[in-house]
Write a protein that binds this ligand. Structure first.
Ligand SMILES: *Cc1c(COP(=O)(O)O)cnc(C)c1O
Length: 351
């Protein structure tokens, strides 16, 4: 078997949920969209089933998958439906739809619900992606409130820059939200991971924790108590010692300066390790610090071995010694993208 392995520590997931929920107070959704950021949505949701107040997904299929796996807690569809016909399944599977525009609102009200539905009504407080503009929020709220088909309304918004704690935009979004919901009934949900950690004023009735749940700090130094849930590891399956002045890999982007012992690990960009990771990106060999050499290939990458053991050694691509955030920075992207892109790895779940 090819040795590329994503080890998912479910005890770390539970630790992170409890830590973030203590910080936020009240209730908190575990955001498990995109297959739980590449960690496996069903396994993660089951591991949190006795702790989590609810879960959040992006699509109807993701919500149905959790229900069919036996998850009975509330499940929010963050962006709502993509066509009115989806409401029948939203109803059948007892999901909580987001409503972020007029056609979603009207078709939700036109549908005949078996039981009154809980709606997450989204405001565009400044991110300018989806949601009702502040001036249109009260009319949307009123239309829902007047319907006997609607059980509860959760007033929600989302921050564009909560992971930049010094940035004034979050406070401006908060103020826009406050003004627009003044006097409106219903509970509130504002905070993603970064806001749960860095913006106490955004902690309301429901938090929505994603990246931090998986143990990744949303910005450097945010919360050292988080424990990384995933370790992505592989093994060295070939090695060689090169004379000074020899190239390594495609494009000969690395040239040895001295006699250099290198190892080849079974992991490449087709597995989700980023091709844009820079020469020298940190990793470990049998727990000892080492680095990436040259360009990442589709199925393998080169590692500086020096005095480390060779063939058979474990290489940690990210996890405990090297944060996925460090690799993401080297590759010019963010942890979220790397985690979502893992393919071809064996998943091993540890309780
Ligand atoms: C994905 C998402 C979250 C979770 O964000 P993190 O930064 O991963 O904590 C929260 N709210 C909404 C609306 C989202 O789409």
């Amino acid at each position: 078997m090819r040795p590329l392995t994503a080890t998912i520590r479910l005890s770390h997931l539970r630790h992170n949920y409890q830590l973030l929920k203590r910080l936020h107070g009240n209730k908190m959704l575990a955001v498990v969209k995109a297959d739980a950021y590449g960690h496996g949505a069903v396994r993660c949701a089951r591991a949190l089933a006795d702790l989590a107040d609810g879960f959040a997904v992006a699509t109807l299929d993701e919500g149905i998958e959790l229900r069919e796996a036996g998850i009975s807690a509330p499940i929010v569809m963050l962006e709502g439906v993509f066509e009115p016909a989806e409401y029948a399944a939203v109803d059948e599977y007892r999901l909580w739809p987001g409503v972020q525009n007029q056609w979603q609102l009207e078709s939700l009200l036109a549908y005949r619900w078996r039981e009154p539905v809980t709606v997450w009504l989204k405001m565009d407080s400044g991110m300018h992606r989806v949601g009702f503009f502040p001036q249109n929020f009260a009319p949307a709220h009123q239309a829902l409130r007047q319907s006997s088909q609607v059980a509860h309304i959760v007033n929600m918004t989302h921050f564009a820059r909560a992971d930049e704690p010094e940035q004034p935009m979050t406070a401006a979004q908060l103020a826009a939200f406050e003004t627009a919901v003044a006097g409106l009934s219903g509970v509130q949900s504002l905070a993603n991971s970064a806001a749960i950690i860095a913006h106490p004023a955004a902690r309301r009735d429901w938090g929505r924790a994603g990246i931090a749940l998986y143990g990744i700090e949303p910005f450097p130094g945010a919360c050292p108590e988080l424990k990384p849930v995933m370790r992505l590891t592989s093994r060295i399956f070939a090695e060689r010692t090169l004379q000074p002045g020899e190239p390594v890999g495609y494009g000969a982007s690395f040239i040895t300066e001295r006699s250099t012992r290198i190892g080849i690990a079974a992991c490449g960009y087709a597995d989700g390790y980023p091709r844009t990771a820079q020469n020298g990106c940190p990793l470990t060999v049998n727990g000892q610090p080492s680095r990436l050499i040259g360009r990442v290939s589709m199925d393998m990458l080169a590692v500086e071995l020096d005095h480390h053991q060779g063939v058979g050694s474990e290489v940690e691509l990210w996890g405990d010694a090297v944060s996925v955030a460090t690799v993401a920075q080297s590759a010019g992207t963010i942890s979220y993208e790397l985690l979502c892109h893992i393919k071809r790895a064996n998943y091993v779940y540890q309780e």
